[in-house]
Design a protein around this ligand. Structure first.
Ligand code: PEP
Ligand code: MG
Length: 559
């Protein structure tokens, strides 16, 4: 057994006379399951060298420009190699590295005589400090920027990247905390368990561990005293780590945690189906109540040639086939802006988020939509899933009517549209006269309501899903649904906020759709509120004048 003088030894049960008590570390178990293996610690952030005088400003400028470009390209490449949430996180980091405003600030520092490494660190730290002042969700985004700073500095210094180690065998990853870029690309086949010094039940580490089913313990103060190679056993249910286990224990297979997905219902039994947001067959959880958002563009990202009807039929059929008898809401391609699809060869534009994206691409390429609707109808007829289809980025009742007509002409019976543009929310009643359901995409609805780019971490306060203007639009949609007797769901990130989920249900939202990892917490919170309590919460929140005031209406917040 290795010597660990710094480790606290805190056995809780009396030592058995025959089994020696191993040193035990304690923390917060955030993902159930057990695993044992050798420790491998996270790559450390680069050590900042002393500042040096800049002798050639042009050279220094080219160093920072190249570093930011290299970093953005590296993150984008890693994003392309993964899917779902991992891709979103890495793409967001890549975009942060590519942000012209960041480049401008860094260049200003260089021009005033600061060397490349310090100019990068200073510019990124300033942005992070602003976010930290905002607290809560904003402060979490500051950690993303700190990760970006370390990577940028490592790039200019030419030292190893901080991040996940690669010892060449399965290991227990021990870290201060996991940055999003690390958690995103973490390989569950080689990482047996996770142990971190920091983190809480809703931190990135916890969310990713649950999504990957890796036993995890966070908030373990002494974790970094563990040396690389030490054999430990991690119990993600009890929140304990036994140090110095014998090799026989290591060879036992990991007991993976499977977070059960329960059906959503309020305390008084009112059902609120909790559906999945998925981007590929990898995200399928057959124990879910169904799929509330299948982002079809994720199936074909990076393609230079258009997928044929048969190819699409097979891809959709694979997913529909996993949900016999259950609802699967499939969204037609939401290409453009932050989700470019090379095979569409859309013309470049000044303001892509306000340009040809989502359903609007069918103005230029009507056949792409026709082929997709045909493929969806064929795949639906191949399986037992109850397939609903919807279009993204609908602005008017006329667009909704046209889409419904095209979808129905292919034999699709349940046709809806997403509400992501304020005009659609304001016209919800008229739109619902033409379609069978609405699904509110609060990510884009927030972006367009607040005129705040959803990729821009600096505007996260405006993109807060508790913003009164956004919630008023959601409530208007729910009212329209109730008046016309048609379902209105939410499939943006707002649905995964357990407190907000109860508020949405109180507004009359009929289904909530989110990544699988979010379902247990939302189910647990709904189970603690009657429908009448949800309504009271909704009334109080809708009367609030700010996100802070809105959150303050929740007597026992979960987050
Ligand atoms: C949304 O905008 O809220 C949404 C669910 O769609 P996406 O995130 O794919 O744009
Ligand atoms: Mg959207």
């Amino acid at each position: 057994m290795p010597d660990h003088p710094a480790l606290p030894t805190a056995p809780t049960s009396p030592a058995s006379p025959t089994v020696p008590t191993l040193p035990t570390l304690r923390g917060l178990g955030v993902c159930a399951g057990t695993a044992a293996g050798p420790v491998a610690r996270m790559g450390r952030p680069p050590v900042m060298p002393a500042a040096r005088a800049v002798v050639d400003t042009d050279l220094e400028l080219s160093i920072v420009r190249l570093a930011l470009k290299t970093l953005a390209a590296d993150l984008a490449e890693r994003a392309a190699g993964v899917s779902g949430q991992a891709r979103d996180i890495l793409d967001a980091l890549s975009m942060m590295a590519d942000d012209p405003l960041l480049a401008e600030t860094v260049e200003q520092h260089v021009t005033s005589g600061v060397d490349a490494a310090h100019a990068l660190a200073r510019a990124i730290d300033d942005q992070a400090a602003l976010l930290r002042e905002g607290g809560g969700y904003l402060a979490e985004r500051a950690a993303d920027l700190e990760d970006l700073r370390d990577r940028a500095v490592a790039t200019v210094l030419g030292v190893p990247m901080p991040g996940i180690p690669d010892p060449g065998h399965p290991f227990v990853l021990v870290a201060d905390d996991l940055a999003p870029a690390d958690t995103a690309t973490l390989d569950p086949a080689s990482v047996l368990a996770l142990v971190t010094v920091r983190g809480g039940p809703t931190s990135h580490t916890a969310i990713l561990a649950r999504a990957l089913g890796i036993p995890a313990v966070v908030a373990v103060p002494g974790a970094l005293t563990l040396d690389d190679g030490t054999l430990i056993s991690v119990d993600g249910t009890a929140g304990t780590i036994r140090v110095g286990v014998d090799p026989g224990e290591v060879s036992r297979p990991r007991r993976r945690a499977v977070q059960e997905i329960e059906p959503g219902r309020t305390k008084d039994g009112h059902p609120v189906p909790l559906l999945l947001n998925i981007g590929s067959a990898q995200d399928i959880r057959s124990d879910a109540e169904g799929v509330g958002l299948l982002r079809t563009e994720f199936l074909f990202l990076g393609r230079n040639d258009a997928p044929s009807v048969e190819e699409q039929r097979a891809a959709y059929g694979q997913i529909f086939g996993a949900f016999p008898g259950k609802k699967v809401v499939i969204r037609t391609l939401d290409a453009g802006a932050d989700k470019p699809l090379p095979f569409l060869a859309l013309p470049a534009e000044e303001n892509p988020a306000l340009g040809i994206r989502g359903l609007r691409t069918s103005r230029l390429l009507p056949d792409v939509l026709e082929d997709q609707l045909a493929a969806i109808a064929l795949a639906a007829s191949d399986t037992e899933a109850r397939v609903w289809v919807m279009a993204p980025m609908v602005a008017t009742a006329a667009e909704a009517a046209r889409f419904a007509e095209r979808a129905r002409s292919h034999g699709l019976t349940t046709v809806g549209v997403m509400v992501e543009i304020p005009s659609a929310a304001l016209q919800a009643r008229r739109i619902l006269e033409h379609v069978d359901f609405l699904s509110i995409g609060t990510n884009d609805l927030g972006q367009y309501t607040m005129a705040a780019d959803r990729q821009d971490g600096r505007l996260a306060d405006l993109l807060d899903p508790w913003q009164p203007a956004l919630l008023e639009l959601v409530a208007a949609c729910a009212r329209a649904g109730r008046d016309l007797g048609k379902p209105v769901g939410v499939c943006g990130e707002a649905a995964a906020d357990p407190d907000l989920a109860a508020v949405l249900v109180g507004m009359g939202i009929s289904t909530l759709s989110m990544a699988a990892a979010g379902v247990p917490a939302v189910a647990a919170n709904l189970a603690e509120h009657t429908q009448a309590q949800c309504r009271d919460l909704a009334a109080a929140v809708l009367a609030a004048g700010s996100p802070q005031e809105a959150r303050a209406q929740i007597p026992h917040p979960r987050l």
